[in-house]
Design a protein around this ligand. Structure first.
Ligand SMILES: [Ca+2]
Length: 327
């Protein structure tokens, strides 16, 4: 088994850093317009649909909307309320020399409040919605993996039909703001810590034994023999917002088409209007340390989960998001 996520991501970054993405005329199959939030209204549907919703008052920092626990087909998952704010997206100082060309220029982004999944989508939830499980490493509380961006859109469409809610993938900016800890950010390099092993499963700690060294010691054959694999969600420490595994475990698809950054300030950015590649974030159980940084960004074709890269394991997963009521 060849585990070469580092090689794969290096290839993609090279592609992204050396020239403009090849923009074609294919239209994005997903709706890039922020979905009007009907969450509060939909909370009133408790008991009349397959889904049940329990709202819990969020504490502190003036958040005026609530975390929500949703149950679908007997599987519960929690959405964390993220208070909107302004942050610097991209290659900020704590990312250091690891920051790549496609993380620059850093720029100011202002976001409205939103909800984001406490954990990666589990196989139990995926199965409750899709009645299938594409994952290689099976387990109810394992994150779903080997899913394409398009698979995720299908999953979300069916989930929304079951719940009457408006889940979606997070925008790239929402993903990064949440990974940084939102308005509670302590400025870490990774999501919740400067010490990656505290918060993430990645190439050194996701297998049978800890593999010492740095990214310079990354060896796909050694990693393969060490049985590196995704782990059940929420086993590591959460970040400042209470979010688990935003660094490491499985990569997470974002809503946006991939594009280059601009230095101008933006509000609720949704990426290019079209393009051939979708963004994914956060690093996976086989990725290098640098791939797990909060500003690291990669991209891949929306209808594939890595098979064309000749990977025997492809750790693409997702985390849900939803727009929140206006503060
Ligand atoms: Ca992750």
């Amino acid at each position: 088994m060849t585990l070469n996520f580092k090689k794969m991501t290096k290839k993609l970054v090279t592609d992204s850093g050396d020239g403009n993405p090849q923009i074609d005329e294919r239209h994005h199959s997903g709706d890039m317009t922020p979905i009007p939030c009907r969450l509060l209204t939909l909370l009133a549907l408790v008991g009349v649909m397959l889904a049940t919703v329990q709202a819990q008052t969020s504490q502190g920092q003036g958040v005026q909307f609530a975390d929500a626990t949703i149950t679908v087909g007997g599987v519960s998952f929690k959405m964390i309320a993220v208070e909107g704010g302004t942050f610097t997206m991209g290659a900020t100082d704590e990312q250091g020399i690891d920051a790549l060309k496609n993380e620059k220029p850093s720029h100011s982004v202002t976001l409205s409040s939103y909800l984001i999944g406490e954990t990666e989508v589990t196989q139990a939830l995926w199965k409750a919605v899709m009645r299938s499980n594409p994952s290689e490493f099976r387990g109810a509380n394992q994150p779903v993996e080997q899913v394409s961006w398009s698979d995720c859109e299908t999953f979300i469409r069916k989930l929304n039909k079951k719940t009457g809610m408006n889940f979606r993938l997070p925008t790239e900016a929402e993903w990064e703001f949440a990974a940084r800890g939102g308005n509670k950010s302590k400025g870490y390099k990774f999501a919740g810590s400067n010490r990656l092993s505290d918060v993430a499963w990645y190439w050194q700690n996701s297998g049978d034994r800890f593999l010492p060294g740095t990214d310079d010691d990354y060896d796909g054959n050694v990693i393969s023999r060490n049985y590196c694999h995704p782990h059940e969600v929420a086993q590591k420490s959460p970040n400042e917002l209470g979010l688990y595994d935003m660094s490491g475990n499985v990569w997470e698809w974002c809503q946006d088409w991939y594009g280059y950054y601009d230095s101008s300030a933006q509000t609720n950015p949704t990426g290019p209007s079209r393009g051939p590649y979708c963004v994914y974030r956060g690093g996976g159980c086989e990725s290098g340390i640098s791939g797990c940084r909060v500003s690291t960004r990669y991209f891949y074709t929306p209808n594939d989960y890595g098979s064309s890269l000749h990977l025997t394991f492809s750790g693409f997963g997702l985390r849900l998001a939803a727009s929140a009521p206006v503060r």
